[in-house]
Write a protein that binds this ligand. Structure first.
Ligand SMILES: Cc1cc2nc3c(=O)[nH]c(=O)nc-3n(C[C@H](O)[C@H](O)[C@H](O)COP(=O)(O)OP(=O)(O)OC[C@H]3O[C@@H](n4cnc5c(N)ncnc54)[C@H](O)[C@@H]3O)c2cc1C
Length: 432
């Protein structure tokens, strides 16, 4: 079998390594236009901030690929001819495949603002983006970041680390208002203030303005304010990269490449996984397009089994995400909606210093089963929360065993009485 994988991100590489293990004889070719070798996209910010060198974010030595008989092609896959089972490349001869995995990831989503293509204006997705940001922010004083999500705050932290004054434009009335409840958002806002980041809430970008040389000199907001800046970071989300998929009219796409439970596309022997895939029938509480590192790895590993003749549906399990907002670590397991929802109750504890918080949601109508947790500045154990969420463990039992989920015994010894006192009081008042 010749397996061709387009994209050497976490999804493509996880698939390649799993197929190598399951099928030692398979011929495997990985095609990538971004970098010759796989790297950790999530660590890009640390390269900019000087905490790591570019070679440090490659999880495998360069000899690893040859040693494991993984053929690497550094080129753009320009066209998919499904009838001939052939991939055309920007350089070199075409590749014929027996099985094909499309793992083409995402691209930054731009809203078509006037001036979005000016020099000094960009998104951050790829290593070339990072190199461009490095060049274009050298020696500047002011930057504007558009978008209040995870990449927006990463950009703010990166720029702040170089002493650049940052202004963020955030459409919602609070930070990451579509995801975080108001209390958690307020703690992130404390971090932003502590790191001298000015945030304009309820504000969108209207236009990016050039100077005499054509470089960005300012942005104008929807409020009509003009903010001088020498660099603009566009962080308003990502969209599946469909450039290759669109060259094949028989491959069904919507916002992403449409896949079934086995990550199979509308074409025989062609699969799609990771950021570029859109699930036709996502499970309850699941989103059709998952744009996360760990879901990319899970999808890559799962599709490898199907490719090797062991059909395996993709089942993600309870939602999980983590991030770091400047100094504040964030973890979420299960579902914690940004706004209170009918049939669900919440317990919330926050340390007076604003650097630790814990929220647990549960459903009184279903035996008080826990449905999700948000932890800020308190590290929780993934396996413990996953088992509680899968089992629908009652919140009282979770509180009695909360120590099990805590990663840091010292933290828990200090704060356990206060957390439990607050939660038990709230449970009592809600049940009355
Ligand atoms: C700055 C940043 C920080 C992030 N931080 C986090 C985080 O903390 N936690 C988290 O869970 N997620 C994070 N993410 C998201 C996460 O990185 C992605 O979900 C994940 O990388 C997707 O993996 P993938 O393999 O599906 O796609 P990608 O990593 O995008 O890899 C796809 C590869 O395919 C290549 N490619 C595309 N088309 C072609 C073609 N036609 N020919 C050849 N090559 C092609 C692309 O150039 C790319 O190299 C972050 C993303 C960014 C941009």
């Amino acid at each position: 079998m010749h397996l061709v994988i387009i994209g050497n991100g976490i999804t493509g590489v996880s698939c390649a390594l799993t197929v190598r293990r399951l099928s030692p004889e398979a011929r495997i070719t990985l095609v990538s236009e971004e970098t010759p070798h796989h790297f950790s996209r999530t660590a890009l910010m640390y390269v900019y901030m000087g905490h790591m060198r570019a070679q440090d974010i490659k999880p495998y030595e360069d000899w690893f690929w040859l040693e494991n008989r993984l053929e690497l092609v550094y080129a753009t896959a320009t066209a998919l001819d499904a009838g001939r089972k052939t991939i055309h490349l920007s350089t070199g001869p075409p590749l014929t495949y027996d099985k094909l995995l499309l793992a083409t990831g995402s691209v930054s989503r731009l809203a078509g603002w006037p001036g979005q293509h000016l020099p000094g204006v960009q998104g951050l997705y790829s290593l070339p983006d990072l190199e461009q940001m490095h060049r274009d922010t050298h020696g500047i004083r002011q930057a504007v970041v558009v978008g209040g999500g995870l990449i927006g705050i990463e950009l703010a932290e990166m720029l702040h680390s170089r002493g650049i004054a940052v202004t963020m434009l955030v459409r919602d009335s609070r930070y990451w208002g579509s995801v975080l409840p108001p209390e958690e958002a307020a703690l992130i806002e404390l971090q932003l203030r502590a790191h001298h980041t000015t945030v304009h809430y309820g504000t969108e970008l209207a236009e990016i303005l050039p100077d005499d040389t054509g470089r960005v000199r300012a942005v104008r907001t929807t409020q009509g304010t003009e903010l001088p800046c020498q660099w603009v970071g566009l962080a308003t989300g990502v969209a599946p990269n469909l450039a290759l998929a669109r060259t094949c009219p028989t491959l069904e796409t919507d916002r992403g490449i449409l896949v079934d439970a086995h990550l199979q596309t509308s074409l025989p022997d062609v699969y799609a996984a990771g950021d570029c895939a859109q699930h036709r029938q996502p499970g309850a509480d699941e989103v059709p397009i998952e744009q996360l590192w760990y879901t990319g790895r899970m999808q890559g590993e799962t599709v490898a089994y199907t490719i090797c003749g062991q059909p395996t549906p993709y089942q993600r399990g309870p939602w999980f995400n983590s991030a770091k907002f400047f100094q504040l670590e964030y973890q979420t397991y299960g579902r914690v909606p940004a706004e209170a929802t009918a049939g669900e109750q919440t317990c919330y504890w926050q340390h007076p210093n604003g650097r630790h918080a814990l929220r647990i949601n549960y459903r009184p109508g279903q035996g008080n089963a826990v449905t999700g947790v948000n932890a800020l500045g308190i590290r929780q154990r993934h396996d413990v929360w996953e088992s509680w969420l899968r089992a629908g463990t009652p919140v009282q039992e979770v509180l009695a065993q909360l120590r099990r989920a805590n990663f840091d015994p010292e933290f828990f010894r200090r704060h356990e009485p206060a957390i439990l006192r607050t939660f038990n009081q709230q449970l009592l008042s809600k049940s009355n």
